[in-house]
Write a protein that binds this ligand. Structure first.
Ligand code: FAD
Length: 473
């Protein structure tokens, strides 16, 4: 997982002299780190600890001019270019061996225009940065469920979470991007300008350039939302999941309920005797008025006999970070994901077989509930095509000891293999580990050939290849 040279990676370390480094350092507003700098090791670390790569240099950008310099330098010196937003991506493409790492994490500003209900967001912002700024005005952009995730990578792959069924995917709320292309040009892409590029960046990942600003539409929500967890014994899951799929089929767009199967963490609201035992958790959120929320969540609360019921009004910002303590950086992680149009009996059986055989206390199976507004966008309206899926499963394998790599990765692959015949065949690019290059075409389906043509136009030499790569058509 940590080979020094990945497919398509250019290794040209020999030609990078002190003079080259000095010239680049002198041309930027931000900072340039090499292995000699004390901050180098900390800066090259990303969320997934299985990724341990050593770039020749790390450029910590402060603005578009630094991004342009990084792109020119990487091209001139034939270096691999890795782009880091929040550093969360499981595949680890935010960092490379030998090449140039362009770290955008210092570019974190979020500017909210309350009267226009729009926000301009820099690419180093996390979901927490965005939520805090927008919620100060009772506004929200639909994003993901873990607040330390970067807005950049999440948006470029699609983006979904608690408010997606009501307000659409993150990309459905993207109004424009400022983006530096492979030739070092800063462009604006929107429904009015560079429309092919705007179509491509809404799901096509980092294949087309480096985004220096995102403009989003905002919606009214909060500050409190009805949300929380219902915890059940895993041995009740077969019956509960069948009731669950009936309830979510009838749910309004405001109601989202995800399922998590794992060993119960030692949370204060879970009785002590259940800590460390297998549980099924329904995690739900009602993205609408509090007056209607109680009635909407009641059928879920009435299912079975929960061990714990922690559903109630919570600040939206708090709910967005509720899972953060279980998803901290520094652990080893491997993911496998499938989309599902329906959660058939076969899919439930496959998932429960895996859940009853978890290889560690931090491993979990997430089933995200999507659809609603997300499903009403046509599959070819943006690069993200899987609008018909109602569930997205993520086998989230997480462990600490390198000696457990084989067992944990093997468990995830086996579970994903067993679930595959019941799945839609497509996959979300943001959940793909680095060994799934063969699934990129499945991820984009009928949109792949259009993406390849746009890639040829804007990045014919595939400078932006450290991603779920779309080859120039
Ligand atoms: C704990 C956890 C929870 C998650 N939950 C959700 C969820 O609820 N919903 C969801 O949709 N996703 C979720 N994800 C997946 C997440 O969307 C992806 O991991 C995403 O790629 C993270 O973006 P990042 O900026 O943090 O990652 P990075 O690793 O920094 O970036 C990922 C890739 O995006 C590209 N990139 C980054 N910034 C730019 C830029 N400015 N311009 C061009 N390309 C760029 C690069 O190719 C880079 O390799 C979750 C991930 C984790 C780890």
């Amino acid at each position: 997982m940590n080979e020094t040279k990945r497919a398509g990676e250019t290794v040209n370390q020999a030609s990078l002299s002190e003079a080259d480094i000095g010239a680049l350092r002198g041309s930027i507003r931000g900072s340039l780190l090499t292995a000699a700098d004390p901050a180098y090791d900390e800066t090259r670390q990303i969320w997934n600890a299985t990724v341990d790569r050593r770039p020749a240099a790390i450029l910590r950008a402060l603005g578009a001019s630094d991004v342009i310099q990084a792109i020119r330098f990487a091209k001139d010196h034939r270096l691999s270019l890795a782009v880091r937003g929040g550093g969360h991506n499981i595949a680890g493409n935010a960092v490379c061996d030998h090449g140039l790492m362009l770290d955008l994490s210092c570019m974190k500003s979020v500017r909210v225009d309350v009267s226009a209900q729009r926000a301009i967001v820099e690419p180093g912002a996390t979901l927490a940065d965005l939520d805090r700024e927008t919620q100060a005005f009772g506004l929200v952009v639909p994003t993901g469920i873990n607040s330390t995730t970067g807005i950049a990578g999440l948006t470029l792959g699609g983006g979904f979470g608690w408010t997606t069924r009501k307000f659409g995917m993150t990309i459905d709320n993207l109004l424009s991007v400022d983006l530096v292309t492979a030739d070092g040009t800063l462009l604006r892409a929107s429904e009015a300008e560079n429309t092919d590029l705007f179509w491509a960046v809404r799901g096509g990942g980092g294949n087309f350039g480096v985004v220096t600003a995102f403009e989003f539409a905002l919606h009214r929500l909060g500050p409190q939302v009805m949300s929380g967890l219902l915890v059940h014994p895993l041995d009740q899951a077969a019956t509960l999941l069948k009731s669950y799929r009936r309830l979510v089929a009838e749910a309004s767009d405001e109601l989202t309920c995800w399922c998590v199967m794992r060993k119960a963490p030692p949370l204060p609201f879970i009785p002590k005797e259940w800590h460390g035992r297998e549980v099924l958790v329904f995690a739900l959120c009602y993205a609408g008025p509090m007056a209607a929320a109680e009635k909407a969540v009641a059928p879920f609360r009435a299912l079975g006999r929960p061990i714990a019921d922690a559903v109630g009004p919570h600040p939206f910002v708090g709910w967005q970070s509720a899972f953060d303590p279980l998803l901290t950086p520094g652990a080893r992680n491997y993911w496998k994901s499938h989309d599902f149009v329906e959660l058939g009996d076969g899919a439930i059986d496959a998932v429960l077989a895996g859940a009853s055989n978890l290889p560690g206390p931090e491993c979990e199976i997430f089933i995200a509930h999507v659809g609603g507004a997300m499903a009403r966008v046509k599959p070819d309206a943006t690069a993200y095509p899987q609008r018909q899926s109602h569930f997205i499963m993520n086998v989230h394998t997480r462990w600490r000891d390198k000696g457990q790599d084989e067992a944990c990765i093997g468990w995830a692959r086996k579970l994903a293999g067993a679930a595959a015949p019941h799945a839609a065949g497509s996959v979300y690019v943001n959940f793909m580990p680095e060994d799934e290059a063969d699934r990129v075409k499945l991820a984009y389906g009928r949109n792949h050939s259009r993406l390849a043509a746009i890639k040829r136009r804007y990045d014919p030499d595939n400078l932006f290849r450290l991603n779920q790569n779309i080859l120039p058509g």
